[in-house]
Structures are given as structure tokens and as C-alpha cells.
Design a binder for this molecule. Structure first.
Ligand code: CAA
Length: 287
């Protein structure tokens, strides 16, 4: 039976994008976040994007209203426990994610798939937090901006069932995405390839090979990237980039090639996290 209602744990950039995409594809979506401001931001983002889609005639006014009605915002998992699918989209930190998974297993029905939008953390390690439910745990890695990017990277843990995998492929497709499998190695495929490239762009900047704007122009104009690697790092969040590098460093035999660049680390330590803090590699007016 197709998924009727998704609970999305976390109302940040990824959680807002996942819930919006579900709602515009006819699936009820409830955003769960303990932070009321985050819920308010998610709601504003949803209204803005749906208005934009109506204005651009991608949705009729009626379809836009229906999508908005499918979205709900709550501060506890209990208020969302009638969902038949749950996607965790919280901070990229294994301890935080494990404690959320324990709550998810308690609050949602025993047949509900417990998916995670982790961008780098081992699915098998996360699943170990919910003994007895490991077969329902799977990686469902979306890309930012979720409504635009076509990919869902699908990662099985060592106990994920075929039924869970099949259901994940079906749900991804019903959300208008193309699911592609990757094995459960730190960073999977996407970040194993993307993050060292971003990190290398920081090395090129640190070594004085070129200015940030020139590094980005070279990669945009010469390699047809939509955004240069340093601009993309700000867009993803410099803290997220650093965290992913560390997950790969720790998860891939402490290979020094995965150590985050010093300048990247310094920016994060100074609270310059990119778009979300108004300052990263570049400065952003009004955030
Ligand atoms: N939500 C919804 N729609 C959005 C959006 C968002 N957050 N951001 C942009 N869009 C829409 C715009 O509204 C616009 O649509 P319209 O037709 O209505 O105008 C369309 O996307 C194009 O946007 P813009 O014209 O503003 O700008 P653009 O052409 O430069 O595209 C971009 C913006 C889609 C973000 C493009 O620059 C791009 O593809 N950048 C690379 C993004 C990328 O690499 N993402 C992956 C990051 S890695 C990751 O997410 C995973 C991880 O684990 C770290």
C-alpha cells in the first residue's frame, strides 16, 4: 500500500525540503521539531515555495492549496505517531541520531520504515541503536534543494530487509525522485566524491593557487558546475562539510586525505558556517 503520511524529524533545510516534496506529490507530511522557530521557518519556506510554483504554473491554485493542507507542524513525535513512514533529518551527529532513532522506534508503529537522511554516517551503526527494528532502518539520502535535485541515494544497513528496500525505492519514485543504491561506507558515493573535492578547493585557496571567486569561476566555466565548490560549501554549510570529512576520516581507516582543511576548520570554529550564518567563504547580505 502506498505511503499515506510521512513524519519528517527535523525542520531544517533538508527536513523542510523533504516534507515539501512529499506534500506536492500527494503525501501527507508532518514536520517534527522541538524548536518552534525552526517549525515556523519550515512553514514559511513551504508557503513561499508553493506560492512560487503556483505563480510559475507548475501547480494550479487548487493543487497548491491541497499541498499546503497536507503539511503539518508538531513539536513531539507522539503527535505524529500515526505516520506510516518516518525520515530522520536532524544534525549530522551519530549520538544525536541514535537517540532520535530510539525515540522513533518507541513512537511509531512496528511496521513503519525508519529512514535516515544521513549524508555520511553508517546505516548499520545507526540501526544498532534500535535492536529488533534493524530490518526497518535504511538510508534515504536527499540532496539540497530537495524539490529540485532528482537523486535519492539509497543505502542498506547489514540487516535492512528487502521489503524495506523495495518500499524505499517505491516511495522515492512516488516523490518524483530517482533512487540509486550505494553501499554502507562512510560518505557513501556522493560525499566520498564531493567532499574531498570541496576540501581540495579549500587547500587551493589556502595555498594561494587562486582567490575563492576565481576557484569557483574556474570550476563553473571550465567544468560546468552549477556552483563552484567554495560557493557550494557555503550553501551546504561549512560545519556540515567539516563533519562529513571527519565521519569519513574516522570511518575510512583514519586516512589523512579525509582530514578537513585548516581554513575550513577555522571558519567553522569562528561560527562562519556559510549561507545560514550570513558569513562563510563569502559574505551574504541579509543572511
Ligand atoms: N527550494 C525550492 N526551489 C528552489 C530552491 C529551494 N531551496 N532553490 C532554488 N530553487 C528553484 C528556484 O526557485 C528556481 O525555480 P524557478 O523556475 O521557479 O525560478 C530554480 O530552482 C533555479 O534557481 P535559481 O534560478 O535561483 O538559481 P540557479 O539556476 O542557480 O539554481 C540551484 C539554483 C538549483 C541551487 C543550482 O545552483 C544548483 O543545482 N546548485 C548545486 C546544488 C547541489 O550541488 N546540491 C547538492 C549539495 S550536496 C547535498 O545536498 C548532500 C549532502 O550530503 C551534503
Amino acid at each position: 500500500m502506498p505511503v499515506q503520511k510521512i513524519a519528517v524529524i527535523g525542520g531544517g533545510t533538508m527536513g523542510s525540503g523533504i516534507s515539501l516534496t512529499a506534500a506536492t506529490h500527494g503525501i501527507q507530511a508532518v514536520v517534527v521539531d522541538i524548536n518552534e522557530d525552526q517549525l515556523e521557518r519550515a512553514k514559511k519556506y513551504h508557503i513561499k515555495q508553493i506560492d512560487r510554483s503556483v505563480e510559475k504554473e507548475r501547480l494550479s491554485k487548487e493543487e497548491g492549496d491541497i499541498a499546503l493542507e497536507k503539511l503539518n507542524y508538531v513539536s513531539t513525535m507522539q503527535e505524529a505517531n500515526d505516520a506510516d513512514w518516518v525520515v530522520e533529518a536532524a544534525t549530522e551527529n551519530i549520538d544525536i541520531k541514535k537517540s532520535i532513532f530510539i525515540q522513533m522506534a518507541k513512537n511509531f508503529g512496528e511496521n513503519v520504515v525508519l529512514a535516515t537522511n544521513t549524508s555520511s554516517i553508517s546505516i548499520t551503526d545507526l540501526a544498532a541503536a534500535v535492536q529488533g527494528a534493524e530490518h526497518r532502518v535504511i538510508g534515504m539520502h536527499f540532496f539540497n534543494p530537495v524539490p529540485i535535485m532528482k537523486l535519492v541515494e539509497v543505502i542498506k544497513g547489514n540487516k535492512t530487509s528487502e521489503e524495506t528496500t523495495l518500499a524505499t525505492l517505491q516511495l522515492s519514485e512516488s516523490m518524483g525522485k530517482i533512487p540509486v543504491p550505494a553501499n554502507d561506507f562512510a560518505g557513501f558515493v556522493s560525499n566520498r566524491v564531493l567532499m574531498p573535492m570541496i576540501n581540495e578547493a579549500f587547500h587551493a585557496w589556502s595555498d594561494g593557487v587562486a582567490r575563492p571567486e576565481d576557484i569557483d569561476s574556474i570550476m563553473k566555466l571550465g567544468c560546468a558546475f552549477p556552483m563552484g565548490p567554495l560557493r557550494l560549501a557555503d550553501y551546504i554549510g561549512l560545519d556540515v562539510c567539516k563533519d562529513i570529512m571527519m565521519v569519513m576520516y574516522n570511518g575510512l581507516d583514519e586516512n589523512p586525505k579525509y582530514l578537513p582543511n585548516k581554513k575550513l576548520t577555522e571558519l567553522v570554529d569562528a561560527g562562519h558556517l556559510g549561507d545560514k550564518s550570513g558569513q562563510g567563504v563569502y559574505t551574504y547580505a541579509n543572511g
